[in-house]
Design a binder for this molecule. Structure first.
Ligand SMILES: NC(=O)c1ccc[n+]([C@@H]2O[C@H](COP(=O)([O-])OP(=O)(O)OC[C@H]3O[C@@H](n4cnc5c(N)ncnc54)[C@H](O)[C@@H]3O)[C@@H](O)[C@H]2O)c1
Length: 416
């Protein structure tokens, strides 16, 4: 095979911008030959961009996968609750699969995909893109080289950012775990995965605490409206939809609010759609802060904080070893290594790759395509590896809801 032919299932933000874009940059390696997308406008635009024939433009994943296998691989970037079935069927049909996280919001289904992955000969990768982010790869190398001695403990923070949280987890697609998945799975299966990867051993115990403390009706300010557009206190509100979306027309997150990026259409969406709602008056139920404690087989411990109430959107880490410590901020692309014997601070700025997630979206696509071309079977984010990080997130949620320390081995056994 000299070029990989790919069908994209779900032509939304991730399908279109994170992955299919790669084909336009590297047309010699990959060609997008089909799309399944129910939104007509998105489907047509996507097809035009990739020159997809009418017979390969499908409305749903079912329509695409009903066909005899007609290309080499599929990318599945549908909403969270629509991952398991298309992934299972695609693998059965013999496609190589790149599947967006989470694998499923049901632990039984995650375990089932894990079992299928073990028997499957094709590439089956999960979009745990952070493993491809040069900053995290560098941290992994520093730990493995024992520069900071033996790893003892990690503090990891996911700073979601107040407006990002309001957009995605109060007004948006991931606001309600009954419609998508719990925050720790949806947002932080990435972080569970990074912790697992950096420690390099199985997680054995997890405890977690957290609540939806702020974004609910009891905190609705006096005089506020149900929509920002007719709210008397909007100007003083940091979560104002008008401020957020009017100032970013043509860019994320406004591109999520309306298919047509004009002031008139965005205004209309804020008048009628989900994204114009007061943040204290939505149908959200996911937590706005959550803290977890983890223990790994080699005795390494970790704390993980997930929080809406931050100004920056980034991940910050402190990694402690017997001979030194690492501090890292992904948004600054900066790692500091401080060794105890010299007290010198070495600053590392890993080589930047253009694109979202520090270039990781591009690098995961590159690995997916090159693994297919070179007949590799295992990759950095093979589904068989990703099962554990998903199960850690489910276990954290179980701990939070039922106020107990969860032993991972025991927890797994329920789903075998
Ligand atoms: N890896 C990451 O870092 C990362 C980041 C953001 C989102 N995600 C995940 O990616 C997935 C997609 O997120 P998004 O932001 O692109 O959302 P999106 O809503 O922009 O895209 C999803 C697309 O799927 C389409 N769709 C709905 N039903 C369909 C069907 N039956 N058949 C085919 N397509 C269908 C929708 O119309 C939409 O265009 C989600 O699961 C999300 O959790 C991953």
């Amino acid at each position: 095979m000299s070029k990989v032919r790919v069908g994209v299932i779900g032509g939304g933000q991730r399908g279109k911008d994170a992955y299919a874009k790669y084909a336009l940059e590297y047309p010699d390696d990959v060609e997008i030959v089909a799309v399944a997308e129910p939104n007509e406008l998105k489907r047509k635009e996507f097809s035009k961009k990739h020159n997809i024939g009418v017979q390969y433009q499908f409305e749903t994943w079912e329509d695409l996968l009903k066909q005899e296998k007609f290309c080499d691989a599929v990318i599945i970037a549908t909403p969270d609750r629509m991952h398991f079935k298309p992934a299972k069927l695609s693998l059965k049909k013999g496609y190589h699969v790149l599947l967006e996280k989470p694998m499923s919001n049901d632990p039984h289904e995650v375990m089932e995909l894990g079992k299928i992955a073990k028997q499957n000969k094709n590439i089956f990768m999960i979009c745990h893109v952070l493993r491809y982010n040069p900053l995290f790869s560098e941290i992994k190398a520093i730990i493995e080289n024992k520069e900071i001695g033996d790893l003892m403990s990690i503090q990891h923070n996911e700073n979601i950012g107040y407006f990002h949280f309001a957009h995605s987890f109060v007004r948006g697609n991931w606001r309600n775990c009954d419609l998508s998945s719990p925050l720790i799975l949806q947002k932080s299966c990435h972080d569970m995965d990074i912790l697992l990867w950096l420690v390099g051993e199985n997680c054995i115990k997890i405890a977690s605490f957290g609540k939806l403390s702020y974004f609910h009706k009891e905190n609705k300010p006096k005089g506020s409206g149900d929509r920002c557009i007719d709210c008397k206190v909007e100007k003083k509100c940091p979560y104002s939809a008008l401020k957020l979306y009017y100032e970013n027309i043509g860019e994320w997150p406004t591109t999520v609010v309306s298919d047509i990026q004009t002031m008139k259409e965005v205004k209309k969406s804020l008048k009628e759609g989900d994204y114009g709602r007061c943040v204290y008056n939505c149908d959200n139920n996911v937590v706005d802060h959550q803290s977890s404690i983890l223990e790994f087989e080699n005795g390494v411990t970790a704390t993980f904080n997930l929080c809406a109430f931050t100004n920056n959107i980034n991940r910050t880490l402190k990694i402690m070893g017997t001979k030194g410590e690492i501090r890292a901020v992904d948004s600054k692309n900066e790692i500091q290594v401080e060794l105890f014997d010299t007290n010198e601070i070495k600053v590392i700025n890993p080589k930047k790759v253009s694109g979202f997630h520090g270039g990781a979206d591009k690098l995961i696509m590159k690995d997916f395509i090159s693994s297919i071309l070179s007949n590799k079977t295992e990759t950095l984010t093979s589904a068989s590896v990703s099962v554990q990080s998903h199960m850690m997130a489910f276990a954290a949620e179980e701990s939070r809801l039922n106020n107990r320390i969860v032993e991972l081995k025991e927890y797994y056994n329920q789903f075998y």
